[in-house]
Design a protein around this ligand. Structure first.
Ligand code: SAH
Length: 484
């Protein structure tokens, strides 16, 4: 019912829908993946690496598959003197002072979220001028549909008077802005909300504040904390660096879109003596390189756990495996909160419903680059292991249930994106209509858009089956829409 109401509103389109030039010109992470229909492991060109620390323990020619496309090749024989960036100096410093290599996960975490030099910390990396584009940036319909999901869950929760609406890693804040704008007519819903943005980047926090049209209430002398209100729906908004900092005690609706893929992964390689962790070291010529750990590492505990959840046949065929302890721990935190406070979480990301082998990739300015090349200047991300999320959540409590994953195309389709696009098309210019159609295709289509008449290199590529949606809810709420 709510769904239909919302869809019928032919509200004015976002100010406005990416113009068709920009929307079709930029690749998304999933589009880059989708250049092949196979799983990430089978897409990876292999790179031989040198492991001088442990050479004698490995058969010669041991190779590690690294997921990096040759879409970008640095010029050969370039011996230009380059000075290390602050982040490179920092990483080399850690390796030097620790007296040995660091895990791929530690490397990834420093590269993305180092508080001074991290990729996400100081700049806007999204969209045209940035490095990649995400679904909320592709079309306003994405945030609106997530809003429909949130309202349906709120209905199933019995329309609580107060709810924490939490978004993990909100980027520019576009998803939340579209959600609030789309939901603003449903006063009883929006009046119940307190929005919590979990964001590690102070620069992105400011951008989110701006995009949510927030204003900071004047300090009053009663010692009551100053509130920030989004004018999009009159809801209070707060920012936090961690989910744990969001106050508990209220039912929560948690959204994580393209958040899990940014969490650091450990990579393991099967060697003659068993699984060895892949590490990042500095070679004699001062370049980063991969080596294998000679001893078991602490992350091996998570590897063992992950292996227990997998079928032996699944493991036997793998020469490499990625494990994401932060994803497991975050899922436990989410499941814990939902089991105590009620509510649910929606996770949308690209990934697999099973063990991920070798998916870590680096993207700079919409192109694949080497993971170790000029760290901090490219996004690093990895496929999300949805099966591991399911197991992590189910371990926490018998009060929660996990649903999906289903494809983004099924998810958005079942929530009524077709009706929404039709409604928006009733009330827009030709240019906006083109943009809506390409945006719609990108969100729910598969492969190249059949209707495209523009330049080949700009053909919109659907990410409807590459992205998956999963929900974790308190069992009191029943099965969430549209997972029934
Ligand atoms: N959800 C957004 C942005 C995805 S990019 C979208 O779909 O457009 C990942 C986001 O998570 C960025 O906002 C980044 O700054 C944030 N982020 C990454 N790692 C984080 C961490 N460990 N803690 C908090 N935020 C993080």
């Amino acid at each position: 019912m709510l769904t239909r109401h919302l869809l019928k509103q032919a509200s004015t389109c976002r100010h406005f829908l990416l113009n068709s030039k920009t929307s079709s010109a930029f690749l998304t992470k999933s589009i880059l993946f989708s250049s092949s229909s196979s799983s990430p492991e089978s897409q990876s060109p292999t790179t031989t690496f040198v492991d001088d620390k442990v050479n004698d323990q490995y058969p010669t020619g041991t190779s590690i598959s690294i997921d990096r496309s040759t879409l970008y090749n640095p010029p050969e024989h370039s011996h230009e003197p380059t000075s290390d960036s602050e982040l490179v100096k920092h990483l080399k410093g850690i390796i030097k002072f620790r007296g040995g290599p660091i895990s791929v996960a530690e490397y990834m975490e420093e590269v993305l979220t180092n508080p001074k030099f991290g990729f996400y910390i100081s700049r806007d990396v999204f969209g045209a001028e940035g490095d990649f584009i995400t679904s909320p940036e592709v079309s306003q319909m994405f945030g609106e549909m997530v809003g429909v999901w949130a309202m349906c869950l709120w209905e199933q929760m019995g329309r609580p008077k107060q709810v924490n609406l939490v978004e993990l890693g909100p980027g520019r804040g576009t998803l939340m802005a579209d959600l609030l704008r789309g939901a603003s007519k449903f006063k009883s819903f929006t009046e119940s909300l307190h929005v919590h943005m979990v964001e590690c980047s102070p620069m992105l926090q400011k951008l989110q504040h701006h995009n949510l049209k927030c204003f900071d209430e004047d300090d009053n002398s009663d010692g009551v904390e100053k509130r920030t209100i989004s004018m999009l729906a009159g809801t209070p908004v707060s920012w936090h660096a961690l989910l744990e900092q969001v106050p508990s005690g209220l039912p929560s609706i948690i959204i994580a879109h393209e958040f899990y893929d940014a969490l650091p992964v450990h990579q393991f390689q099967r060697a003659s003596r068993g699984w060895c962790e892949k590490m990042v070291d500095v070679s004699e010529d001062s370049m980063f390189r991969f080596v294998l750990s000679p001893q078991p590492t602490p992350a091996a505990l998570y590897l063992m756990k992950r292996c227990k959840w997998a079928a032996p046949e699944e493991m036997e065929k793998l020469g490499q495996i990625e494990v994401c302890p932060k994803a497991m721990d975050l899922t436990r935190t989410i499941a814990d909160r939902i089991s105590f406070d009620g509510g649910g979480a929606l996770i949308i990301d690209y990934g697999l419903n099973g063990v991920v082998s070798d998916s870590l990739q680096a993207i700079r300015k919409h192109k694949f680059v080497n993971i170790l090349d000029n760290p901090g200047s490219a996004d690093l991300s990895a496929y999300v292991d949805f099966a591991s999320i399911r197991h992590s959540a189910e371990e926490v409590s018998a009060d929660i249930s996990v649903h999906g994953p289903m494809t983004q195309s099924q998810f958005l389709g079942a929530l009524g994106i077709n009706f929404r696009v039709e409604a928006l098309l009733q009330n827009c210019t030709d240019e906006q209509a083109d943009s809506l159609r390409t945006g719609y295709w990108r969100l729910v289509g598969e492969g190249e858009a059949p209707f495209w008449e523009g330049p080949d290199e700009q053909v919109p590529i659907g990410m409807g089956t590459r992205y998956l949606a999963m929900a974790i809810v308190n069992k009191k709420q029943g099965v969430p829409v549209p997972f029934q």
